[in-house]
Write a protein that binds this ligand. Structure first.
Ligand code: ADP
Ligand code: MG
Length: 463
């Protein structure tokens, strides 16, 4: 525990507001996207407001926004993130331009027609690298794996199949593997919930629900990733529910993943939750050391086969990597890739000490955790509002998350106790000390607390 603390203290540099240089970012857009895309679209984006973890960008029209969101958003986010690490979201605001810009209107008209279909298809691609063949079985995932395979043998026997587990534990990999297995003989639809929602909203606004429904209802296997993002507005949930029901009625198999169980879904109607829970719910847990080591060995083998090169990592180094990744498999794979890349460049066998120094650089570059971010992630995790979490109310469902957020702020940022107290609605530093003590004690005694902390840490590190 002690060792871990000092590590995290060093790794997470606290960073608050920073101002972006928009011209510099525009230049980087030009380089990344190429001149054509840049001048037609990205050049017209303006920076409206900058927050610690998100940006509001200005665009001239609604259509312009939809176009950008459906094609370039991921890349834009990634790009801006390289200038501002704490960023995790971008929102768009429509800023009306003078209306005699007829050029733009023309582009709108031409592209409108193919747009819906293209952008849905863009996000419906299965990744052939994520199959059952290279999914390693361990204690933490054996049940999820076994039912994923069973679903492929007996379509709609377990319906829906709902796979839940923390970030980076293999949910998307399993969903993808199911899709690959079934795609030859079925009409497989694979989409993230966020994408699904996006098209949903767009179709409603364009009065095009008929096409939208048809498009999705054609599938005989409907796979939806990260369903926790389906939330909010009643009317949207209602539509989702209809699509879901009509697929079930016609015997289509539905497979769902989420970071939490159906009943813990945030702002989702009860009847949707119970329908989701009505099939089979399986859980993926954090990997044990044995599974981590096996995954490392398998990845090394894959790379050797694929690139016809020999990668020599000693047992000691492999053990080190397995121990180093505390939270999830995605992180494990990331660490392994860094080390392999390094050993390739230097063309030599690495020692554990060398690995340590490689990882030190990696971590100090990429992780920035702030008190704001912790408060947001924790309140989201427990389905309470930020206001409630910061309020003076003492009921346990609010007090516990508040204490956890204080505890993580102490452990994961460089902020002092009085500073943390101030950020929690001006509380005294003794309150923070009490919170840290309480959560430390509970994390040693209580498995549920241990699990929550580990999941929240993963969420924080993921962003
Ligand atoms: P999630 O969707 O749960 O966040 P992913 O499916 O994206 O996680 O998994 C993260 C990474 O870890 C991916 O590269 C995936 O291939 C790999 N991975 C996860 N579990 C396994 C496993 N059991 N065997 C091999 N690779 C795995
Ligand atoms: Mg995933």
């Amino acid at each position: 525990m002690e060792k871990n603390n000092t590590k995290t203290q060093n790794l997470f540099v606290s960073e608050e507001e920073k101002t972006l240089n928009w011209d510099e970012i525009q230049n980087s857009f030009k380089k990344t996207f190429g001149n054509e895309v840049y001048t037609s679209w990205l050049q017209k984006i303006t920076l409206v407001k900058e927050y610690n973890d998100y940006l509001i960008l200005g665009v001239p029209t609604r259509f312009f926004r939809d176009w950008i969101v459906s094609r370039y958003l991921d890349k834009i986010l990634e790009q801006v993130k390289s200038f501002k690490l704490s960023l995790n979201r971008i929102e768009f605001k429509i800023i009306e331009e003078n209306r005699n810009n007829s050029n733009l209107v023309k582009i709108d008209e031409i592209n409108k027609i193919t747009e819906i279909k293209d952008s849905i298809l863009n996000y419906n691609r299965l990744n052939s690298n994520l199959s059952f063949n290279n999914f390693i079985e361990g204690k933490s995932n054996e049940i999820a794996l076994s039912y994923s395979k069973k679903v492929c043998e007996h379509i709609s026997r377990y319906n829906p199949l709902y796979i839940c587990g923390g970030v980076g534990l293999g949910k998307t990999h399993l969903l993808n593997a199911i899709g690959l297995e079934l795609q030859d003989e079925n009409n497989v639809m694979f989409i993230s919930a966020e994408r699904f929602m996006y098209h949903f909203i767009k179709s409603i606004k364009k009065n095009d629900m008929v096409n939208f429904k048809d498009f999705f209802r054609k599938s005989s296997v409907f796979i939806i990733d990260d369903i926790q993002f389906i939330r909010g507005k009643e009317s949207l949930q209602e539509e989702f529910f209809h699509t879901f029901n009509s697929l079930m009625d016609k015997g289509s198999q539905i497979i769902i993943s989420s970071d939490r169980t159906p009943m813990k879904l945030d702002r989702v109607q009860e009847r949707i939750k119970s329908r989701l829970a009505g099939g089979l719910v399986v859980d993926i847990d954090s990997p044990d050391l044995e599974l981590k080591i096996e995954i490392i060995k398998k990845k090394i083998e894959d790379i050797q086969n694929q690139f016809k090169e020999s990668i020599k990592l000693s047992e000691e180094v492999i053990n080190f990597i397995a121990n180093e990744s505390k939270t999830n498999i995605r992180e494990l794979v990331g660490i392994l890739n860094r080390i392999i890349a390094f050993s390739r460049v230097h063309n030599k066998d690495l020692t554990v000490t060398e690995c340590k120094s490689i990882l030190k650089d990696v971590f100090s570059q990429i992780k920035v955790i702030t008190v704001d971010k912790i408060q947001n992630v924790v309140s989201n995790y427990f389905n309470i509002s930020l206001n409630e979490m910061l309020s003076q109310r003492r009921s346990r469902p609010l007090a516990r998350p508040r204490q956890i957020a204080m505890y993580l702020a102490k452990k994961m940022t460089t902020r002092s106790l009085p500073e943390i107290g101030r950020r929690f609605a001006n509380r005294d530093h003794t309150t923070v000390i009490h919170a840290v003590k309480t959560i430390t004690r509970l994390s040693e005694q209580d498995d549920e607390m241990k699990k929550s902390l580990s999941q929240i840490r993963s969420l924080l590190l993921e962003q």
